[in-house]
Ligand binder design. Sequence first.
Ligand code: 13P
Length: 253
Amino acid sequence: MRKKIVAGNWKMNLDKAEALSLTTDLVDALGALPENQRVMVCPPSIHLSSVGEVAAGSKVLEVGGQNMHQSGSGAYTGEISGSMLKSYNINSVLLGHSERRAYFHENNSVLREKVDTALALGIEVIYCFGEMLEERENETHFDVVSSQLKEALFHLEASQWNHVILAYEPVWAIGTGRTASPEQAQEMHAHIRSVLTQAYGAECADGVSILYGGSVKPDNAKEIFGQPDVDGGLIGGASLKTQDFLAIVAAMS
Ligand code: 13P
């Protein structure tokens, strides 16, 4: 059975003291989770080691990376590799976030390589994708999303989908305070699951967690997470505030 997941994407926010304080507060506040729920934070890579050490004191708080390079090692100044993540016990990574696509020119073809590198190392992939505003307005959003899935992921074997989480993040809803309505989220998540079903069959598609991201806040999380094909959220701004993030975690139940 697929799990419900709330993951915080801290993006390029928080200095060391702030990152450790937020992590400590989360570790202290998070009690045991139901077996079908997971909670994760994805700090900037410079904090992964220290945040990981604090989170290790919790049975429930997981830590993931925000990005990794597709190559194993080499002359890629400023980048980090999957084996570096593994060496710090980081076993999950966001790939394909719209900010990586927009500002660092990541496309589906590079993301396909990153996905393969991560999975080969045993790193779980949280694959982010979603349409831009003009694509929704000209009604190509379903096609765009299908291509983002097919081009980066549909070469995988069915068994590899046990290590892939999807995060649908419409670009027009990220950091804008404008969220997809629960109906819009459900409509797209159902589309994503049906594309997966066509390619891999219902059993595989039913097992994949599909998170929604884009201005999820304590006051809208419950309704969005209540949709049948929404399995939690990838949270930006609200993951930087302890009480807001905890309220969103609570909205999974
Ligand atoms: P916001 O929650 O700030 O809209 O960010 C969403 C996001 O990009 C998470 O990856």
